[in-house]
Design a protein around this ligand. Structure first.
Ligand code: FPP
Ligand code: MG
Length: 468
C-alpha cells in the first residue's frame, strides 16, 4: 500500500478539488443570488443597501483582483467566501460613514485634492510602494514577478524620485467651512474592501477552530479544502489586506486596522478561556484539541465577572472591526484629532457591533440551520455561554455548574437548551441589544442630516430586527 502521494499528485488533487469547488461556488455565486441582509428599515428611512448598491457591487467584483496568486488552490480558497452571499455589513459601515462625514473634517480639502490629483487614483492604490522585483508580489494584476534566483542579486541604485506632491498653498492655508459633499474617496472604497478581507480571514480561521461544517449555506472552507489550506488562505488574505492598507497613505489608519487584527485574536483567546470554567472533558467538542490549561484561566466566581468577560470578548471579536473600520473611514476623509466626527464613528460602530453580536447569539438558539446558513446551537456545543445562557442562569442556578464545565458533562447541552428556552434569556439578550442599538442611534445626532445618516439610523433597527 502506498502511504505517501507525491507532492505533485497532492497538489494536482488540491488544485482539481479547488477548481471543482470554485465552479460550484460560482454556480451558487453571490453575484447571482440575492444578498442576505439585516431587516430593511421601516418605511420612511433610507435603505443603506439601496443607497450604496452600485458601490457595494463594484467593491465585491473588484476585490477579487486583489486576491490573485500564481497558485490555483490558493486563489480558490482566498476567493471562496467572497463568492457566497454575505451581508457586507462592515464595508457598508465604512461607506456610510464616508458619505455621512466627507466634507466635514478640517483636512477634507487636502485629501480631496490629493485624490483628484492622483491620476487614475484606482491604479495608484494598486501600485506597489516598493520596486516589484523586491516586493515579489505574485499577483497577476501586477505582471512583473520577482527577479530570477539563478544569479546573485545585483544592487540597483534607484533613480531620484520626484518629491511627493503637496497641496498648493491656497489649499493649505484656506479656512475650511465644513459642509457635506457627495464625494466618496477611492481610499475609502479600498478601506471597505480591506475590512471585508480581514473579516473573511478571521472566518477562515474561525471555521477551523470551531470545526464548523457550514458557512453561508455551503460547505465551510475547512470542510471543502481542509484545515491547513483554510488557515493558509486566511493568512494570505491578511497579507494582501496589509499591503493594500499601506497604500492608503495614512499611518493612523494602518494603526487602527492593525489593532483590529490583534483584537480579533485577543477576542478569540478570551472566548477560549471562556467563562472561567475548567478545561472541558475530551469528549466535548469544546475541548477542540486545545489545552485550555495553557490559557491560565482562573475560575470566575461572580456572574458579573462572566458578563464583563463576555461583553469584552464581544467587543474584541465583533465590534472592534466595525468601530475602528468606521473611524478609519472618517480619518481618510480628513478628520483631525479633536474633531467629533471620528468619535461618532467609533461610538456608533462599537455599539452597533455589540448589538449585532448579541442578536447573533440569540439567533443561535432561535433560528434554523437553513436560515442561518451555519449550524444552530453551535455556541453551547462549543462550550460557550453567551447572553441567553448567562441570563438564564439567573433563573435556573443549576446552569452555573454547566457553564463552569463548559457544558461538557453528559446531557449538559440538552439540559441547558431546555432550561434556556424556558427562561427569558433570549428575550433579555435582545433587550440588551436594543439598548446598544439605541446608543448607536443617539450618537448620530452629532452628524448633519443626510441620506447616509438616515441609512445609519435605519441600520440600528435592521440589526436588531434581523432573523438571520
Ligand atoms: C466568528 O465568530 C468569528 C469571529 C468574529 C472572529 C474570529 C477570530 C479569529 C479566529 C482570530 C484570528 C483572526 C484573524 C484576523 C486571522 P463565531 O464563531 O461566534 O460566529 P460563527 O457562528 O459565524 O462562526
Ligand atoms: Mg464560528
Amino acid at each position: 500500500m502506498r502511504l505517501w502521494s507525491s507532492p505533485v499528485t497532492v497538489s494536482m488533487r488540491i488544485a482539481s478539488n479547488a477548481r471543482r469547488i470554485a465552479r460550484h461556488a460560482r454556480h451558487h455565486s453571490a453575484l447571482a443570488q440575492p444578498q442576505p441582509r439585516p431587516a430593511p428599515p421601516t418605511s420612511g428611512k433610507t435603505d443603506p443597501y439601496v443607497l450604496l448598491a452600485p458601490h457595494l457591487e463594484q467593491l465585491r467584483t473588484s476585490l477579487l483582483t486583489l486576491l490573485g496568486s500564481s497558485h490555483p488552490s490558493l486563489n480558490a480558497i482566498a476567493q471562496y467566501y467572497f463568492l457566497h452571499p454575505s451581508k457586507q455589513l462592515r464595508p457598508l459601515l465604512v461607506l456610510l460613514f464616508a458619505r455621512a462625514t466627507n466634507g466635514l473634517g478640517a483636512e477634507f480639502p487636502q485629501v480631496n485634492w490629493a485624490a483628484d490629483n492622483a491620476r487614475a487614483r484606482q491604479q495608484e492604490l494598486d501600485a506597489p510602494l516598493t520596486r516589484k522585483d523586491v516586493l515579489c508580489d505574485w499577483n497577476p494584476s501586477m505582471p512583473d514577478h520577482t527577479a530570477s534566483f539563478e544569479s546573485a542579486f545585483e544592487l540597483r541604485i534607484p533613480p531620484p524620485q520626484p518629491s511627493p506632491y503637496t497641496p498648493p498653498p491656497p489649499l493649505l492655508h484656506q479656512t475650511h467651512s465644513p459642509a457635506l459633499t457627495h464625494t466618496m474617496l477611492p481610499t475609502q472604497l479600498r478601506l471597505a474592501q480591506i475590512v471585508e478581507m480581514i473579516h473573511v480571514a478571521s472566518l477562515l480561521h474561525d471555521d477551523v477552530l470551531d470545526k464548523s461544517p457550514l458557512r453561508r449555506g455551503a460547505a465551510s472552507a475547512p470542510a471543502a479544502f481542509g484545515n491547513k489550506l483554510a488557515v493558509l488562505g486566511g493568512d494570505f488574505l491578511l497579507g494582501r489586506a496589509s499591503a493594500a492598507l499601506s497604500r492608503l497613505g495614512s499611518n493612523e489608519v494602518v494603526e487602527l486596522i492593525a489593532s483590529v487584527i490583534a483584537n480579533l485574536v485577543e477576542g478569540e483567546i478570551l472566548q477560549m478561556k471562556g467563562n472561567g470554567g475548567e478545561a472541558a472533558p475530551s469528549s466535548s467538542s469544546a475541548g477542540n484539541d486545545i489545552d485550555l490549561k495553557c490559557l491560565h484561566s482562573s475560575p470566575l466566581s461572580t456572574p458579573s465577572d462572566k458578563w464583563s468577560i463576555y461583553l469584552k470578548k464581544t467587543y474584541l471579536k465583533t465590534a472592534s472591526l466595525m468601530a475602528k473600520g468606521a473611524r478609519a473611514a472618517v480619518v481618510l476623509g480628513g478628520c483631525r484629532e479633536g474633531e467629533v466626527w471620528k468619535e461618532v464613528a467609533y461610538a456608533y460602530g462599537r455599539n452597533l457591533g455589540i448589538a449585532f453580536q448579541l442578536i447573533d447569539d440569540t439567533l443561535d438558539f432561535s433560528s434554523s440551520t437553513a436560515q442561518l446558513g451555519k449550524p444552530g446551537f453551535a455556541d453551547l456545543r462549543l462550550g460557550l455561554a453567551t447572553g441567553p445562557a448567562l441570563y438564564a442562569a439567573e433563573e435556573f442556578p443549576e446552569l452555573e455548574a454547566m457553564i463552569g464545565r463548559r457544558f461538557g458533562g453528559d446531557g449538559d447541552v440538552e439540559t441547558a437548551l431546555t432550561l434556556i428556552s424556558s427562561s427569558r434569556g433570549v428575550e433579555r439578550t435582545r433587550e440588551l441589544a436594543r439598548v446598544h442599538a439605541e446608543k448607536a442611534r443617539e450618537v448620530l445626532a452629532f452628524l448633519p442630516r443626510s441620506e447616509a445618516r438616515d441609512a445609519l439610523e435605519g441600520l440600528t433597527e435592521g440589526v436588531v430586527r434581523r432573523q438571520w
